[in-house]
Design a binder for this molecule. Sequence first.
Ligand code: SF4
Ligand code: SF4
Length: 468
Amino acid sequence: MSRNVPEAEEQVLSTLNLDGSRRWIRPKLSKGRFYRRRLVVAWSLIVAFTTIPYLKVGGKPLMLLDVPRQQFILFGKTFLATDTMLLMLLLVGIFITIFLLTAIFGRVWCGWACPQTVYMEFIYRPIERLFEGSRARQLKMDREGASAGRILKYVAYLFVSIFVAHTFLAYFVGVDQLFYWIQQPPAEHPTAFAIMALVTLLMFADFAYFREQVCIVACPYGRLQSVLLDRNSLIVGYDARRGETRGRLGQRRKGPPAEGESWGDCVDCQACVVTCPTGIDIREGLQLECIGCTQCIDACDAVMEKLGKPRGLIRYSSRDALDGKKTSILRPRVVIYPLILVLVFGMLAISLARKQDTDVTILRGLGAPYTQLPNGQISNQVRIKLVNRSNETRLYAITLVEGEGVEMIAPENPVRVRAGKTETTAVFLNVSPGSFARGERSVRIRIHSGDSFEREFTYRLLGPEGGE
Ligand code: SF4
Ligand code: SF4
């Protein structure tokens, strides 16, 4: 602690000392039943995160968030930035799912699946323990200064961060582009190299320095939990009715805590506190800093087992259940969120099922609805917008299939559209004025690209009233 700094009267944040300096959290690992389950989940997620960029569906990546080209590929389907409705439905669906999961299972995402927790607790923290040893040795290093072990840890962190940053970027540029860049000298692709270096640096800074601060200070989800959780949501909680009055074994030998009172099951051993990766004391109730990682459950269960008492003084429960009140699974939000989800994902599924890998929009030409040519014919300009969502360049042929006496002039036919791109072309449909009835007549336009795509459209030509 630094001197000459006025100290706060009480600790305001678990990661701050009273003088405002950083309080480094060095959690003690508690290897209980929940840790073992989280280990399986975490490594499944790490393997999934690492392999997804390599997986393909129908020749397209399973997932590619191609920001520079403004296209997103999910499960082999291409979404363009112009697919506002689909993207909006997808985002609304994701948010409502998070709301629903949080209402039922509390911060299960934070504790079990968030990349920040998964990578911190199951890759970076084990590396730290490997090079720096136990919590006691780590705290000694904090007091006495860095050691060779700590320097080696940072070197290992750097290599892991390089790997994680490359995997992360593969989601945005694809593995083929990534491997091409890796094989070229940085001078060949300075921007990509700079982005890679920056992401690596951010990863390193996150896991080496910011750590739990990301969850406590930066992540908006932690702050949202107070509105997403209710009194029946699943939380990691301390059973104060069973645990209080707390007291150490030594105190208990001297007699009851006060006249007419008896000791609870909490022996005030602090095992739940020293294992907490965000440095809080779960016995103070539900706190914003709690990421639901279950480490305190494992720590306390081990203590209870040693004392020959039932496990679960700290357990998954709800605030109402811990207060001894009646709990209810069915609450308004638990009913309303799934209904909205069925609606949103139903609309999304129907839109996706109907979506072909080419979008065609036929638009009327800009300016006057039609023009009269020097030879007396009426000319309608038609603009055809083509969106190619496939992963290959396509040639789209435009033909007139119904339109007796109509002449089609297409300066560009077939139209070449690269994969994931949009092109707009103009065609002119010329016809004699006498063929219009009440100022209009219909034609059918066919657009096709080999065996891959074919569609016909009815288009209304405009002309003079009475055909003159
Ligand atoms: S680990 Fe259990 S017994 Fe020990 S202080 Fe925490 S709640 Fe009390
Ligand atoms: S209080 Fe328990 S569940 Fe919450 S973050 Fe700390 S150890 Fe994890």
